[in-house]
Design a protein. Structure first.
Length: 139
């Protein structure tokens, strides 16, 4: 299991930034990460963890290494996209199509519905991968 510092370092490398730049952009002192690296501190405050997680667009569990979030493959992405299109098409082709308070929904609401459904499908796919992947194949 990777340490908190290793997870932050990996995310920095993926984003193409240094730990110092991360600290300066989030308003932390540089010693925040150096203390973590040297083992002088074991963890960070929940507020700092939340800021770092939001900066990289991951959950705090993923940052701490407890979430073990499964990555979606291109096949998973295609399956999600196909299922999403089928679902939206079924909703629009219903008896009166998509309605909100008796009126057809506008483009903004349709986009919000699309994003919400996509997020739900991705989350359910990740949960299923985590639940049904044998332990020997997990990271």
């Amino acid at each position: 299991m990777a340490s908190l510092y290793e997870n932050i370092q990996r995310l920095c490398q993926q984003a193409g930034i240094t730990g110092g730049k991360l600290c300066s952009e989030l308003g932390f002192s540089r010693s925040t990460l150096s203390d973590l690296k040297a083992g002088r501190v074991i963890s960070l405050s929940s507020a700092k963890l939340q800021k770092i997680a939001e900066y990289f667009g991951v959950s705090v569990d993923t940052l701490l290494g407890t979430g073990a979030e499964q990555a979606l493959t291109s096949r998973d992405e295609r399956d999600i996209s196909r299922k999403l299109q089928e679902t939206l098409q079924q909703l629009e082709c219903g008896q009166d199509g998509l309605m909100f308070d008796g009126e057809p929904i506008d483009d903004e609401t349709r986009e919000l519905l699309y994003l919400s459904l996509k997020n739900s499908l991705e989350l359910s796919k990740r949960i299923a991968k985590k639940k049904y992947t044998p332990k020997k194949y997990r990271d």
